[in-house]
Write a protein that binds this ligand. Sequence first.
Ligand SMILES: [Zn+2]
Length: 225
Amino acid sequence: MSDTRLREEICRYGRSLFERGLTPGSSGNISFRLDDGGWLVTPTNASLGFLDPARLSRLDGAGQLISGDKPTKEIPLHTALYQTRGSARAVVHLHSTNAVALTMLPEIDPRAALPPMTPYYLMRAGQTALIPYYRPGDPAVADAIRGLAGKYSSVLLANHGPVVAGDSLEAAVFATEELEETAKLYLILRNLNPRYLSPAQVADLVTTFGLQLPLSGNHDDHDHT
Ligand SMILES: [Zn+2]
């Protein structure tokens, strides 16, 4: 994909996420890892709904700004995922309401924040880790993400929001959307004793689609009902 096209795609996905209310104000950020090891990143204090392709932050492989506006201060969230997931080409971070709400519930398993509710959640987002609260800008949040050792492509930051990696920009955006919608389903169904996918149904998805789930085969270790 050309540099121009890639910049337009980042802005187009950003606008789409913003216009559907998936991240308010100037919250949320998107990054893309380039072939030369550098990054294109959304700027600090920029609304995802009103991004200018020419003003995206262009960073070199060392994270230094080459051109564009000053990058988001949430870069450590992104780099921690890139460092531990070699296949990651894009990372999306939002302050999406349902995913944020999920992080505050007492029963959430930090190794599998959502139960296996739908096949597309597992196929796009995999399982989701929950890491504790850190104040914005605290570099320790990156250590916590690195502590997951790259096993999770989707991570929830407590009282803050999701961070999701994908092997393309589209994959990262779609996985983030799937995570948000699954969190919404969980909140709708919580305390209604819903039927989730059974361990056999999850095992069938893992085999058929070659899914890499951190807790694959251990779904009955923890009971979400
Ligand atoms: Zn944030």
